[in-house]
Design a protein around this ligand. Sequence first.
Ligand code: ADP
Ligand code: MG
Length: 327
Amino acid sequence: MKKACLLLLCAALLLGLCACGGTKEYTAETYAFDTVISLTAYCGSREEFETLRSAVFGRMQELHKKFDIYNEYEGLNNLCTVNRLAGQAVPVDGDILELLASALQAEKLTGGRVNIAMGRLFGLWKEARDTGVLPAEDAIRKAMLHGDPADVLLDRENGTVTLRDPEMALDVGAVAKGWAAGQAVRAADALERTNFVLSAGGNVVVRGLVKDRLWKVGIRDPLSQDGTGHAAVVEATDMALVTSGGYERNLTVDGRTYCHIIDPQTGWPADKVLSATAVCEDSGRADALSTALFLMDAEEGIAFARENGFRAIVIDREGTVWDSEDR
Ligand code: ADP
Ligand code: MG
């Protein structure tokens, strides 16, 4: 299972198991974006919950197919198709163009730290995690030559995307899940307003309240042995909270651990902090920002968050919690 670093705190949920303002707690799970996705909501009836569940999960599954870089699907040009046809203009739908536009914006905002054009480089590290063998320095250097975001051409008028560098590949792992979760919540907003939380492997979106109280979201303590300890708790409503952590999906060679977030400057995995959480209204933005924070040291990350108007909670290598809201 993909990192599950944001754990919903049970206190509020347990209270909610009984009837709550004429509503009951319902929960469901699905699998997409390589992770378990869970939805917990307070609804007046099972029917109401089913309508919500099908809108939210339906949108997540639809976007999963569009943003998949490993598999193609019949009748759909997705990002895997774009990568396979690198060098050509590939007709794609509006969701793909919007995701890529927002990812390219994030690249600028984060000073090149979050760079979806570096798929070749990230692919090398994925292979390393799968095989247990570190990539050759030479292969890293070569891959880094094919990751210029200026070579990703979006043509909204004609509805196409072109990777101008035929050796380039897109990897939207740092941004797609959060962006999709934001879209799924929008699909829910089109229905009657409900109180719910959507949690997708470290990407959490909370809507409304629990028993007239804010949702409580626990941020996993990366040093907790069994993964159940919390380093911090955030109370929020109508908010996205996304954590990037180095404690899952990693590779250990000769006693050294290499995580799945790669610094585009060096070509090597980041190791500045243990985890980084971004809190802001826009789920897609929070996903990009959490990955960017993971590539900064704690002090830099806190300053970056304050400059850009979002909340950052960073856990440094010693396990100390830094919160941009503490002054
Ligand atoms: P997760 O996918 O575990 O939620 P992140 O959102 O931080 O965590 O994204 C990490 C994924 O993004 C990696 O698995 C890889 O596919 C991709 N990636 C790694 N480093 C970068 C980077 N510097 N910029 C953009 N994408 C990256
Ligand atoms: Mg991210």
